[in-house]
Ligand binder design. Sequence first.
Ligand SMILES: [Zn+2]
Ligand SMILES: [Zn+2]
Length: 292
Amino acid sequence: MSSFHLTVLGSGSAGNCALVETADGTRVLIDAGLSARQVVTRLATLGLQPEQLHGILITHEHGDHASSLEILCRRCPELPIYATRLCGEALRAESRGPGLRTHRAWRLFQPGRGFHIGGLAVESFPVPHDAADPVGFTLRCGDAVLAVLSDLGHATKLALEHARAATTLFIEANHDGPLLQQDTKRPWSVKQRILSRHGHLSNDAAARAVADLLTSGAPLQRVVLGHLSRDCNQPDLASGAVRALTPGAALEIHCAAQAEIGPRLGIAAPPVLAAAEPAAAQSRWTPQLELF
Ligand SMILES: [Zn+2]
Ligand SMILES: [Zn+2]
């Protein structure tokens, strides 16, 4: 039975927020990029109030990850906010109200330094994105590991190395390449930013990262695709891209939605392999070669 759950409260290019809960009652948000009203309403749907949270982990300071922090900090002055030092400085500098500047419970960390929040062991690692010291996270409870990779221009070796222990991976699948090229709302400069190595992962790039993890023997059982662009992506394109690169893999694929809360997903521990099992058999999936 899982002792650790992920519920995406909402994810997309307009805002991102997810809830992680452990059986011992630890509750944290990963990002707070929905409106404060939506964060409160969606938590209430799950029977929770912001006062019952033990912290908010912030990946980076962009509005679609941090827009409700100011109001949440004013409402909950003791609520710990976990961010890298540069991210914290950027959030305070850009804040329009006193909530973030006077908040008493900042927990600033260095990427790469682990820490605990109740029953959760948290590790962070730098990711390439056009923000102030942005990070990805792995969250561990017992042997169960969840990895969070959002936002990032490309999946670095370091990020994949951190995600390798995860049985569930939340990964950005921001856009479909052709839909972004055809899009008429975004100027060329914005498209270049999205496509840059410090922009956002395309469906194909997310799919390649998932395939790389499986090929390397990662115990990945489930992928949650998030941060889908409303104009330049569709859930079937995002999940289809992952399916296409992982044929035959026993992989559960979810697409997180912007407008509604996702399912409460139990994070499993990796299966225990018999010590005598040959190393080759321990890689649970090998890419199927195209024969014709
Ligand atoms: Zn961002
Ligand atoms: Zn974002």
